[in-house]
Design a protein around this ligand. Structure first.
Ligand code: PMP
Length: 398
């Protein structure tokens, strides 16, 4: 059954056997970055041990092996997200980089116009649009912090809707399919920030109907410093944000013509091992099954949430129709940072602060929160440890 399948998962992640301060590590900072399974670590190591070479340019054997592995990873990503063609998948340096590249490419149309976002966005889905000269408009939320999709106001000046699939703070999941369908009626493109959803649930870009999708390798069990930008049919011919080697057709001193996507978006030597690590992480997740991962995580997540809600002196933020990954909370009268420090000494890794979502902190009326965030290897025992941690914090402050 599902339970059995997920029980073995922890064994695949060597770091989870670690002790910190002589205590078992309870890693609940997965929204910041996930741990890596042996198969991903091995794929990276194997690449540098036996295949390392630059791609796409060499005539020699190793360059061909590297190129093939790199392109194979692209194909895996493409199938994983339901893209119609691997050419729609570009490797980037991560979610932040993907969004910045889009902002740069679309800057001429964004400048002086509007981008629609939600109130829960990560700074990386706010700042690049501001830098491109756009004004942000926020879709309103209800008291439980559900984004009120029907209140979306698209005007002639709206050039893009850019929204997170899941919040890195609340764990709230937005109905991006509904948002895409409304945007489509107005012929406005949609970018989805999937940094906090790609590791938690099956994603199909064609079913969702988004035009652009961004995510990071490191939050989905792969390397840091590598990520993905999916560009669908509408943006087949985006003006590249960066120029250099590997993305050109013909260069003269007067002018340059570009290669077709995806290579036109990959100027310079990419993180080859990183891309391969994403392929290996996808293999791993698919072996376990995205539906199994989703079901298991949902069980642990709901359990943790229920236990937190039972505590009278704990404020848990947000209560939306669908949730995954992160839970944010505060203890009455105790600073989030102090709470995090005490839990750290118990071996419990949580994150404290504004989580790169200062506009959301403002909506919550707090400076920061304690955030516990879950991955496929977390268990109800981990959630119990979180509760024990909170009880300890409370004891030390009473
Ligand atoms: N968007 C969201 C929702 C995130 O949670 C994060 C990472 N915390 C990012 C974007 C940025 O990802 P990265 O730092 O990997 O570029």
């Amino acid at each position: 059954g599902n339970g059995e399948k997920m029980m073995d998962v922890k064994k695949d992640f060597p770091i989870l056997e670690k002790e910190v301060y002589g205590k078992r590590l309870v890693y609940l900072d997965n929204a910041a970055t996930s741990q890596k399974p042996n198969c991903v670590i091995d794929a990276i190591s194997e690449y540098y041990r036996s295949d390392n070479s630059n791609i796409h340019r060499g005539v020699h054997y190793l360059s061909e092996v590297s190129s093939e592995k790199y392109e194979h990873a692209r194909k895996k990503v493409s199938e994983f997200i339901g893209a119609s063609d691997p050419a729609e998948v570009a490797f980037t340096a991560g979610t932040t980089d993907s969004i910045n590249q889009v902002a740069r490419s679309l800057e001429p149309s964004l400048r002086g116009n509007e981008v629609i976002v939600t109130g829960v966005e990560h700074h990386s889905n706010i700042v690049p649009w501001q830098m491109a000269g756009a004004t942000l408009k926020v879709i309103p939320m209800d008291d439980d912090l559900n984004v009120l999709i029907d209140s979306i106001e698209i005007s002639d000046r709206t050039k893009l809707v850019a929204i997170s699939h899941a919040s890195n703070v609340l764990g709230s999941v937005n109905d991006i399919k509904a948002i895409c369908s409304i945007a489509k009626e107005h012929d406005v493109p949609v970018l989805v920030d999937a940094a906090q959803s790609i590791q938690h649930m099956p994603i199909d870009v064609r079913d969702i109907g988004c035009d652009l999708l961004a995510f990071s390798g490191h939050k989905m069990y792969a390397s840091t410093g590598v990520g993905v930008l999916y560009t669908g049919e509408r943006f087949r011919d985006l003006v590249p944000a960066r120029g250099g080697g590997g993305m050109v057709d013909k260069v003269t001193i007067e002018r340059t013509t570009y290669l077709d996507p995806p290579l036109r978006y990959e100027a310079g030597t990419p993180d080859i091992a990183g891309a391969i690590s994403i392929g290996a992480a996808i293999d791993y997740m698919q072996r376990i099954g995205m539906d199994n991962i989703k079901r298991h995580e949902n069980e642990v997540y709901s359990y943790a949430r229920k236990r937190l809600l039972e505590m009278d002196d704990v404020a848990v933020y947000g209560n939306t129709n669908e949730m995954c990954g992160a839970i944010s909370f505060n203890l009455d009268g105790i600073h989030h940072y102090d709470a995090g420090l005490i839990m750290d000494k118990m071996g419990i890794a949580v994150r404290t602060g504004h989580h790169c979502a200062q506009p959301l902190m403002r909506i919550l009326g707090v400076e920061g929160t304690v955030r516990a965030s879950f991955a496929m290897y977390n268990t109800k025992e981990d959630a119990d440890m979180l509760i024990e941690g909170i009880e300890k914090v409370r004891m030390m402050y009473s």
